[in-house]
Design a protein around this ligand. Structure first.
Ligand code: PMP
Length: 389
C-alpha cells in the first residue's frame, strides 16, 4: 500500500478498502457509509458516478476506448478546454497530474532552450524524481537546474531567478499554497502579478500547477480571479470527475515547443476518459459548480468554527472553503487531528487529519449537517483527552 494511503497512517478505525461510492458518499468494504470529504483526493468534483458523466463514458465505451490513435472526442475536448480556460490556445492530454506538470516543465525548456526551473519549497508537483517529496531513489542529478523560492515571497523568487541567470526556463507554482501539513495560503495578488512580470521580463514560462485546484476555484483557470494568466497550465484531478485524464494547456507562443516535445503513453489517447471529461466540463458550467462548492464550504466552515468555539478547541481552518484544511493548535504530532477524525468517522464523516479535503457538487445541506454532527463527536472526543484545547 502506498504511504499516505496506508490505513496504518490514517486515524484509528479508518478503512483501507472502499467497496463503492455514490454522489457525496463512500462505503467501505465492511458496508459502512460515510459522507466523503476526500472525494478521491480531488478527482470527484460533481459527485461519485455522476449520471451524466457515466452516460457519456458508457456511450464512448460502446464505441471503443484505447484505439490506434485518438477518437474524435479528443478534438471536442481540446476545443472545449481552449474555450473554457482563459489563457489556453491548445491542449494536450495525458493521464496523471505528474504527466502534466512534467510535460509543462519540458515544454518550457524546449521553448526557451534553457534549463533552470524555479520551484516553491514544499509545493507538491507529483511523484517523479524531479519533484517527489520523498528522497528514496532520487539522485542530485534528478533535481539539477532547480532553484527554490518561498510561496508568496516575491523577493525569494527574484533571488532564485538571479541564481538561475540566463538559464531561466520557467517558474512552476501551485494555484494556492496547499503544502502538506501546514496552513493553506491564498496567493497574494501582488505575488502572482510579480511572477507574471518576472517571466515576461526574463522570457521565461509561467507554469500554473492547477492539478489540485483546477475547476474548483474558477471555471477559466484558478488565477483568472487574480487577473494573472499563465503560459502553461497543468490540470488533472477534477477534469474527468474520477476518470483518468490530465491536460496541459498553453498559449500560442508555446505551441511549437509543445509539438516538438515527445509526449506519449499507451493509454493517453483513451477515449472514455475524454468523453467523461467533456461531460464534466459541460456539467461544471450548467450546474454552476464553483459557486455551489464555495457556498457549501462556507456553511461547513462557519459550522465548524462555531462548534470548535463552543467546545473551547483551537481549530484552524485554512484554504478555500471548498478545499478545507483542518489543523489543531498545539498538535505537531497530529494526535488531536487523528482522534478528531477517528471519532468523526465513527459518526459517518470521512475527513483527513493532515491533508486538505474536497467538497463535491453532490454534497447537500444534509450532508454538511451530518459532517457538523460528526465533528461535534470529534470535538467531544478531544475534550475527553488530556492536553486538548
Ligand atoms: N500537482 C498537484 C498540485 C497535486 O496536488 C498533485 C496530486 N496530488 C499532482 C501535481 C500530481 O498528480 P498525480 O498524483 O495525478 O500524478
Amino acid at each position: 500500500m502506498w504511504g499516505h494511503l496506508h490505513a496504518a497512517r490514517l486515524p484509528d478505525g479508518y478503512p483501507q478498502f472502499f467497496a463503492r461510492a455514490e454522489g457525496g458518499h463512500v462505503w467501505d468494504a465492511d458496508g459502512r457509509r460515510y459522507v466523503d470529504l476526500m472525494c478521491a483526493w480531488g478527482p470527484v468534483v460533481l459527485g461519485h458516478r455522476d449520471p451524466m458523466v457515466e452516460a457519456a463514458a458508457a456511450r464512448q465505451a460502446a464505441l471503443g476506448d484505447t484505439l490506434n490513435g485518438p477518437a474524435p472526442v479528443m478534438v471536442d475536448l481540446a476545443e472545449r478546454l481552449v474555450d473554457r480556460i482563459a489563457h489556453a490556445d491548445w491542449a494536450i492530454f495525458a493521464k496523471n497530474g505528474t504527466d502534466a506538470t512534467t510535460g509543462c516543465v519540458t515544454i518550457a525548456r524546449a521553448a526557451t532552450g534553457r534549463r533552470a526551473i524555479l520551484v516553491a519549497e514544499g509545493s507538491y508537483h507529483g511523484a517523479l524524481p524531479w519533484c517527489t517529496p520523498v528522497p528514496a531513489g532520487v539522485t542530485p542529478e534528478d533535481r539539477a537546474h532547480q532553484h527554490r523560492f518561498r510561496y508568496n515571497d516575491l523577493a525569494s523568487v527574484e533571488a532564485a531567478a538571479d541564481a538561475a541567470g540566463q538559464d531561466l526556463a520557467g517558474i512552476i507554482v501551485t494555484a494556492f499554497r496547499h503544502d502538506n501539513v501546514v496552513d493553506q495560503e491564498s496567493p497574494d495578488p501582488a505575488f502572482a502579478r510579480g511572477l507574471r512580470a518576472l517571466c515576461d521580463r526574463r522570457g521565461a514560462a509561467l507554469i500554473l500547477d492547477d492539478v489540485r485546484a483546477g475547476f474548483r476555484l474558477h471555471p477559466a483557470g484558478s488565477w483568472e480571479g487574480l487577473g494573472v494568466r499563465p503560459d502553461l497550465s497543468a490540470f488533472s484531478k477534477a477534469l474527468g470527475n474520477g476518470h483518468a485524464i490530465a491536460a496541459i494547456t498553453g498559449r500560442e507562443a508555446l505551441r511549437d515547443a509543445a509539438a516538438r516535445v515527445f509526449l506519449t503513453g499507451s493509454f493517453w489517447c483513451a477515449a472514455v476518459p475524454m468523453a467523461a471529461a467533456l461531460a464534466t466540463l459541460d456539467a461544471l458550467a450548467t450546474r454552476a459548480v464553483v459557486p455551489r462548492l464555495a457556498a457549501l464550504g462556507q456553511v461547513l466552515r462557519e459550522g465548524l468554527a462555531e462548534r470548535a468555539r463552543a467546545f473551547g478547541i483551537g481549530l484552524r481552518q485554512s484554504g478555500p472553503p471548498s478545499m478545507p484544511l483542518l489543523l489543531f493548535d498545539g498538535d505537531a504530532d497530529f494526535r488531536l487531528g487523528r482522534a478528531f477524525c477517528a471519532a468523526a468517522a465513527q459518526a459517518g464523516a470521512y475527513l483527513h487529519p493532515r491533508h486538505n479535503m474536497f467538497l463535491c457538487a453532490a454534497h447537500d445541506e444534509a450532508d454538511i449537517a451530518t459532517v457538523l454532527d460528526a465533528a461535534e463527536a470529534g470535538f467531544r472526543a478531544l475534550r475527553a483527552m488530556p492536553g486538548a484545547g
